[in-house]
Structures are given as structure tokens and as C-alpha cells.
Design a protein around this ligand. Structure first.
Ligand code: TYD
Length: 207
């Protein structure tokens, strides 16, 4: 491969992304790749402060303010972590990225999706993931998995999460080459197999 790759994991809270990111990381390392994990919000020090504001602030938050905070964290992630490591030939995996803003702030909070798309482009300077996994899960199961201890975003309610879910599915329909939907209710092993198969397809495109 000439340069590194950028892979993102998306889906509702409690969809099992974290487990699958770890399994993909281990698979890639066994194959000899250098892997860097990052996440949004909260990739590093400043991002961690933005994350704390976003998830723990207990007053009213304007949806536009919320969007800009996620976008500010994203710019930090892209400039400080993602681009530098891709340039070094590494595989960067981000736990959430631009599609979270489209699904949660665009579809979920009912903000203008095209405008969020434009702001995403500014935050990332146009960098796009090579592959995005969307873990699809029904709202009931997702809420059960999150449990009672909810952060500010997780407290948003059932209708919000239904819009988020449908939002992700619309994004996948619009960009089928990049965005792959995986049924998050399947077993950990089956999901990992699908994740690997999709990675291998991507690898073949670049070889
Ligand atoms: P986190 O604890 O990282 O959730 P998860 O483990 O499910 O990824 O919290 C991130 C929360 O922020 C999650 O509810 C999704 C939300 N979010 C947005 O609403 N917009 C965004 O752009 C991003 C990156 C996250």
C-alpha cells in the first residue's frame, strides 16, 4: 500500500463497536500492519476536555453549539492524529467520525443534514474514510445495553435514537461503496468475520 488507511466505526450507543474495534486491531497487527486507534469525541487532551463538556454538562445545550463542539473535536482528531499517522503509512481506526454528526445532530436533532455535511468537510479538510462500518441495532436493545447510567447524549430518548438509526441507514444508502451496514445483533465471531471480509475487499482495491 502506498499510504495508510482510514477506517471508521459508527452506530448507536451500545452497538458493540468497541469490542469489534479491538478484534480488528488484533487481526491487523497479526497481519503486520501498524494500527492507531482514536475516537471522537476525545482523541487526546483537548478533545478529552471537549468530550467532558459534551457528555457531562447538565444545563440546556443548543443543538448548533453541540454540533460545533463535536466538529471542533473532529478537526483536532483529523489534524493531530489521523492525517499524521496515515502519512506514516499506518491504519488509523476512529471510533466515530463524520457520520456521527450526520446521524445524531443532522437526523437526530433535526438540523440541516447538508449543512452538517458541509461543516464536516471543513473540520476534516475534505479527508474521507476509506471504509466505514455502521453497526445497526434496534433502539430497544441499544437502550437495554446502555443501562441506567446514561450520559447526556444517551438520555435523548427513544424517538431521537430511532431517527439516528434511520439516519445511519440513509447515509449507507447514499454512499454504498464507503459505508457498510452490519447487523449488530449477530454473534461477536460472526460480526468479526464480516468486518474482516470487508477489510480484505478494501485491501484488494489498494493492492
Ligand atoms: P461515547 O461514550 O463515546 O459513546 P459510544 O461508546 O457509544 O461511542 O459517547 C459519544 C456520544 O456522542 C454518543 O452518544 C454519540 C455522540 N456523538 C454525537 O452526537 N455526534 C458526534 O459527532 C459524535 C462524534 C458523537
Amino acid at each position: 500500500m502506498k499510504k495508510g488507511l482510514f477506517i471508521t466505526f459508527e452506530g448507536a450507543d451500545g452497538c458493540g463497536k468497541t469490542t469489534q474495534i479491538k478484534l480488528l486491531q488484533e487481526y491487523l497487527q497479526r497481519r503486520g500492519y501498524e494500527v492507531v486507534l482514536t475516537r471522537e469525541p476525545g482523541c487526546e487532551g483537548l478533545g478529552q476536555k471537549i468530550r467532558d463538556l459534551l457528555l457531562n454538562y447538565d444545563g440546556e445545550v443548543s443543538p448548533v453549539c453541540e454540533s460545533f463542539l463535536f466538529l471542533a473535536d473532529r478537526a483536532q482528531n483529523v489534524d493531530i492524529i489521523v492525517k499524521r499517522n496515515i502519512d506514516l503509512g499506518k491504519i488509523v481506526i476512529s471510533d466515530r467520525h463524520t457520520d456521527s454528526s450526520l446521524a445524531y445532530q443532522g437526523y437526530g436533532r433535526n438540523l440541516d443534514v447538508d449543512r452538517i455535511d458541509m461543516l464536516n468537510n471543513i473540520a476534516t479538510s475534505g479527508l474521507k474514510p476509506d471504509l466505514t462500518y455502521v453497526f445497526d441495532i434496534d433502539v430497544e436493545t441499544s437502550m437495554q445495553r446502555v443501562g441506567k447510567e446514561k450520559d447526556r447524549m444517551e438520555s435523548a430518548g427513544k424517538k431521537f435514537f430511532e431517527r439516528v438509526r434511520q439516519g445511519y441507514l440513509k447515509i449507507a444508502t447514499k454512499e454504498p461503496d464507503r459505508v457498510k451496514v452490519i447487523n449488530a445483533i449477530d454473534s461477536i465471531d460472526n460480526i468479526h468475520k464480516q468486518v474482516v471480509e470487508l477489510f480484505v475487499e478494501l485491501e484488494e482495491k489498494f493492492s
